[in-house]
Ligand binder design. Structure first.
Ligand SMILES: CC(C)(COP(=O)(O)OP(=O)(O)OC[C@H]1O[C@@H](n2cnc3c(N)ncnc32)[C@H](O)[C@@H]1OP(=O)(O)O)[C@@H](O)C(=O)NCCC(=O)NCCS
Length: 144
């Protein structure tokens, strides 16, 4: 993902989330050198991930599939690409947070072997002046 991709990425982001990342957040993550990869079909963005590398771990910050491409297996493809990158930087663990009520994403992560390891109270804004809890999940990355 490059800054020149952000118009297309933001369109997907705004269609997919009640609380989308802003252009400034994407710009900051790209400038910080975070890993950001897109899955494309010709000139159309199907989805993308953004992840941060730690010492022996990676932290998934965003995974999104464009609404019209959801439920077709693309998130699994994108997560596999994320794990391939994570192994290439010798990460042992992958970590992420997910909203407690985001059943599709929780199912996705469980299907890929992620386990719930904690709860962060009041982690996300809910848009109505309140906060929502986040589940913390992790996966130990094997050689595979
Ligand atoms: C979560 C998300 C990335 C899944 O993308 P997707 O391409 O539809 O997922 P896939 O088709 O690859 O599905 C993989 C698995 O995810 C789970 N899943 C996906 N959508 C689901 C839904 N609506 N309900 C329940 N489980 C769902 C299932 O376990 C599914 O496996 P299955 O088809 O064998 O049952 C997508 O819904 C999305 O972009 N949501 C908005 C952004 C978001 O919430 N991102 C996660 C933030 S933590």
């Amino acid at each position: 993902m490059q800054p020149s991709d952000l118009d297309a990425v933001l369109q997907v982001e705004q269609n997919a989330y009640a609380h989308p990342w802003t252009r400034a957040v994407f710009n900051d993550t790209l400038q910080a050198g975070y890993q950001a990869q897109m899955l494309m079909r010709e000139h159309t963005v199907i989805g993308y991930f953004v992840a941060m590398q730690g010492v022996d771990e990676v932290h998934l910050l965003n995974i999104t599939v464009s609404p019209q491409y959801q439920r077709q297996g693309w998130a699994v493809v994108i997560m596999q690409a994320m794990h391939t990158w994570a192994r290439s930087v010798l990460a042992q663990w992958s970590w992420l947070e997910v909203r407690l009520n985001n059943a599709p994403a929780i199912h996705l992560y469980q299907r890929l072997g992620y386990e719930r390891v904690g709860l962060r109270k009041n982690y996300y804004p809910d848009g109505h002046g309140r906060r929502e809890d986040a589940i913390v999940m992790s996966l130990q990355l094997g050689a595979g």
